[in-house]
Design a protein around this ligand. Sequence first.
Ligand SMILES: Nc1nc2c(ncn2[C@@H]2O[C@H](COP(=O)(O)OP(=O)(O)OP(=O)(O)O)[C@@H](O)[C@H]2O)c(=O)[nH]1
Ligand SMILES: [Mg+2]
Length: 216
Amino acid sequence: MSLITIEKKVLEANNSIADENRSKFKEKGIFSINLISSPGSGKTSLVEQTIIHLKDKMKIAVITGDIQTNLDAERIDKFGVPVVQIITNGGCHLDASLVRNAYKEIENEDIELLIIENVGNLVCPSEYDLGENHKICVMSVTEGDDKPLKYPLIFHHSEAFVINKIDLIPYLKCSLDEMRNNAVKVNPKLKVFSTSCYSCEGMDEWTKWLFHQCRM
Ligand SMILES: Nc1nc2c(ncn2[C@@H]2O[C@H](COP(=O)(O)OP(=O)(O)OP(=O)(O)O)[C@@H](O)[C@H]2O)c(=O)[nH]1
Ligand SMILES: [Mg+2]
């Protein structure tokens, strides 16, 4: 009983900081997305491709979360965009106060699109509002087409679903249609993209949609 109360209080405190983040981002004209996936689905690869496709059209910054390393920030830094690494030291998700502190490092930058890469975890980050405009769920085809049904929460909360690594489909028993249908069964409003960060298939569609969301 008391555990439930504590959890509720933690989430309420988080939500109020998330609202502050959202107001600040709005005031600064920043559109933000929160990328959520299990480890290795391709979040950082998607961030890299998104920067390549959109950097001449808009000013992008990245906050990236990791349990232990700054390897993802090093990868993003090579693209010359402002990037802040949050190391959670074991924490399995980002929360709004971590994002608030990270944003202070880049608040003087001119930013139109803020990409927040969450810690690799398909479950815990789903519950934490960071103040983003959209949560985006990323899943790779190697994870299996039944996973949207098995991990529904993130699909309920997401605006879009990026199915990544479609270049690997010929080698797998995963059905792209089945994965898409299962996701839409959980959330009929979900916008679904299929991408490969290797061949760049689907990248134009994803980045055009994202650009449009930012300018709406
Ligand atoms: N075949 C294939 N491999 C990919 C694709 N996208 C990413 N990868 C590979 O998948 C591995 C993980 O990619 P990352 O971008 O590091 O994944 P991530 O989700 O950021 O990982 P964490 O931050 O550790 O959770 C790397 O070896 C990538 O090269 C893709 O579209 N196709
Ligand atoms: Mg990563």
